[in-house]
Design a protein around this ligand. Sequence first.
Ligand SMILES: [Cu+2]
Length: 763
Amino acid sequence: MVLLSESIIRVILLLCLLGIIALLNGSGVEARIRWYKWEVKYEYRSPDCVKKRVITINGQTPGPTIRAQLNDTVIVELTNSLLTENVAIHWHGIRQIGTPWFNGTEGVTQFPILPGTTFRYQFVVDRPGTYLYHAHSGMQREAGLYGSINVALPDGQSEPFTCDYDRNIILDDWYHKSTYEQAFGLSSIPFEWVGEPQSLLIHERGKFNCSSLTIPALDTAIERHYTWEVTYQYKSLDCYKKLAIAINGSTPGPTISAVQGDTIVVDVINNLLMENVAIHWHGIRQRGTPWSDGTDGVTQCAIMPGETYRYTFVVDRAGTYMYHSHYGMQREAGLYGMINVSLPVGDPKPFDYDLDRGIILSDWYHRTAYEQSTSLSSIPYEWIGEPQSLLINGRGNFSCSGLAPSVCNSTNPQCSPFTLTVISGKTYRLRLASLTSLSSLSFQIEDHEMTVVEADGQYVEPFVTKNLFIYSGETYSVLVTANQDPSRNYWISINVVGRKPKTPNGLAIFNYNPDHFLIPPTNPPSGPIWNDTHLRINQSLTIKARQGFIVNPPKKPDRIIVLLNTQNKINGYIRWSLNNVSHSFPTTPYLIALKENMTDIFDPTSPPEDYDSANFDIYSVANNTNANSSTSIYRLQFNSTVDIILQNANTMRANVSETHPWHLHGHDFWVLGYGEGKFNLSRDTDKYNLVDPIMKNTVPLHPYGWTALRFQADNPGVWLFHCHIEAHLFLGMLVVFESGMERVENIPKANYGCGKTKDLFKP
Ligand SMILES: [Cu+2]
């Protein structure tokens, strides 16, 4: 108060003085008083696109420009609404002749203005020119508290230069860390330099590359709710217009980003109009929630058109997973996406990276899933052929030549290549997920090496490679450092392996230019040759559990199931079989049938545990290609250890053996070994890796080879084990495991309603 009354006296004296000066000058121009009321407070702003708390004056940053004429008196009544922070404003370049107490420097000319109080600055602008004002308390200026002071000549007087207009441009640099964090780092031991600013601002506008920001992980487990509307939409993912399935309009669907321990709740609204749906959460073990596994016919009745179904499950382990349709061949229509689970904040990661990106790999057919499933289940059998395109994050490029633009338009932005924009010098964790319908792929980035660190949610003993083979249903994390010449871009390329390719490579761009993208100046890498099986077996053998993260498998199995993979005929229809049994689903889901003790749903006999290995030649077309179909399932003793030997063989065409990626629901298995030729139980078990086997949920069975797995039947429920090739699964290439059903309780009633479960609700 003392200060204010003094100020008033001073202003009166000053006005008198100014009047006298004006009279003496005889100019007749009156100096005026410019009176401002400013409220200073924090507000969220995004001056360079990144949201940050900034200091505003009357809601503006930079603050309002003070426009005055020579010898005007400027009065600023400043109210500090910063809540918990003092403020002082310096009038930079104003000489404060006669008013040194208004220079606005905390600790030199004044006490700072306390929160909730108002202070009046008052000074004369006694020289024309361009000046500034800004905070002068701590490092507060960096929070954006500044502005311009323009002092013009009095009316009638002119500058010694001419101009039509008068504009202000404030130049600034910008940090994302708060002034508090900066000040703390500077005054700490060890000293922590504030580093270089993130952006340069021109009049409070800049542009930070937001794609380099990771979504901050939360440090406590939470529930994450999603509402997904599933619809058909016309999409041109590879430039060719096709009905695709979208989730909330997107194909592929949205990524679920969560933290280990979170509960995921997804309300799926089926708006497909004429088609059921079920969504499987691939790699999520569903411990305690077997009814949320999302497999039509096994764990639930499919969601009917117009209905909403809620999936609830816990993501109990950090890693890279995915989701996809598990109804008919519906996955091919694009109903899939990624699930990225990160470690809780503070948990040490076993590898370092700067930024985290997801890449979904898939193949794409122009014919619908209906046409494909019809042709596969017809006599004569009609193979679906090779996919038309390979997609990287839902983008491919089909050659439209000869097609009407309404059908295929290569300039459609939907099919412009996926661009992974990188910052030179940074290391990226690329989370790769293969959701191909058919194709085994090789993934590579031109001139960049990759370090493989994760597979199917398990840490891999790191190894460096130029290309990564990835099979449908697998996920990997690779670390890639953007360490090549940043003046150009590089190809990301995928190509088909394991089948004679008729599909062009899928291409995307590894982009070093944040503002625009340039097509790389080189030809895309063609990738490894498709039929070198040894390269692929070598990679399979290289993938081991990371030291320090090894989970030791039980030394011996309680049960060994050998599964011979063959292509067969049943009543003239082509099928795929295990030990000559091709699976067919009952109309009532197994989980419910077993829970409700329904005895007439499926064949109660156990499927065969072996084949006639002594007399079967895996290298030639079988003498008798006929098989049986069955609804029977393997019942496993709860907590028992089960070995699965997958044995490959010749198909019904001479000299052809295909790659089958096998996926187990509800569990991870130890990968004990891979071999070529026929598995020999007395000899090949010696080759098992019991020291550091990787655990996975999906594993390739290589042509004419075998793959040995071990798992513990420790998750009560009913679980599919199947080839992840959509057409093979559709043609019966699956088995079903049950264990611990007596421990399954409270299956949601929403899972009921089909087959004989209807009867349970009759009044
Ligand atoms: Cu297969």
